[in-house]
Design a binder for this molecule. Sequence first.
Ligand SMILES: NC(=O)c1ccc[n+]([C@@H]2O[C@H](COP(=O)([O-])OP(=O)(O)OC[C@H]3O[C@@H](n4cnc5c(N)ncnc54)[C@H](OP(=O)(O)O)[C@@H]3O)[C@@H](O)[C@H]2O)c1
Length: 288
Amino acid sequence: MSKVAIVTGSNKGIGFAIVRALCKQFDGDVYLTSRDEGRGVEAVELLKKEGLNPKFSILDINSSASIAKFKDFIQTTHGEIDVLVNNAGIAFKNNATEPFHVQAEVTNGTNYFATRDFCNAIFPLLRPHARVVNISSVCGFLKKINGKEPESLELQKKFADPKLTQDELSGMVNKFIELTKTGNHFEYGFPNSAYNVSKVAVSSLTKIQQREFDTSRPGDDIVVNSVHPGYVDTDMSSHKGPLSPDEGAIAATWLALLPENVTTPRGGYVWHDKTVVDWENGPTPSEY
Ligand SMILES: NC(=O)c1ccc[n+]([C@@H]2O[C@H](COP(=O)([O-])OP(=O)(O)OC[C@H]3O[C@@H](n4cnc5c(N)ncnc54)[C@H](OP(=O)(O)O)[C@@H]3O)[C@@H](O)[C@H]2O)c1
């Protein structure tokens, strides 16, 4: 049976470029997925014009019905999955007028909670030696939890606690969202950025997921890493990033194709130049 790779939110931007790279480098079927059928089909057509042959499926990670339908489709069609890239994400623009507590809920709703829910639904389909890549950000570096001190330093310790569970992590993200409603989040140590909290949570979740696989499926060599793709020229960055989407896809694609029984990185936080970064202490190889 042929191998299968899935990239969420891949009708444009970095996800689209990851599909393009996987079509060239991965020996198997590559799924371009989109929450909108029209945008997804159009993206597939673009790659077909380049001589590539991605498959398409609709997938909205915010919808439990969409997740269930997608899982059922993959299970029936392929049985198992070899590569999963959790790329779908959102960011409010700096000049967004939505109240901060709304931004906190919506941003974390997609970037953290929907990613977590999709993983928890689809992970049972991962084949031994599967590779999972969670797209984080420079904003997912632990020190981006930089609200008032010393509370922020205590929060950093909690996010990095090697015994942290998914439920506890979700509780911390929910606490942030609650605190934004009264404007007390900074006092409690959280940053003034909903996006930073969501991406730190994604990198923290990555470590938890790796620990869970190491316990529940020891010997199956399932590897989960998070990656900062770089500052990339996409709609999200308002096309200000200096890297092209293809350049932003390089480290994620490398992580998706890590060889069998690799010892590092596992549960790591990886920079766009493929450096495995000490998530808690740094340094990071560059500013962004
Ligand atoms: N660009 C950067 O400089 C940068 C830097 C660090 C990290 N990142 C991260 O890289 C990832 C890709 O970002 P990008 O710059 O390529 O952004 P983008 O061009 O805005 O693309 C985001 C993609 O995610 C999809 N998406 C959003 N919510 C979704 C949902 N609920 N279900 C399924 N798909 C959904 C979007 O679909 P629609 O087209 O339907 O909206 C789009 O395809 C994100 O996780 C982002 O946070 C980006």
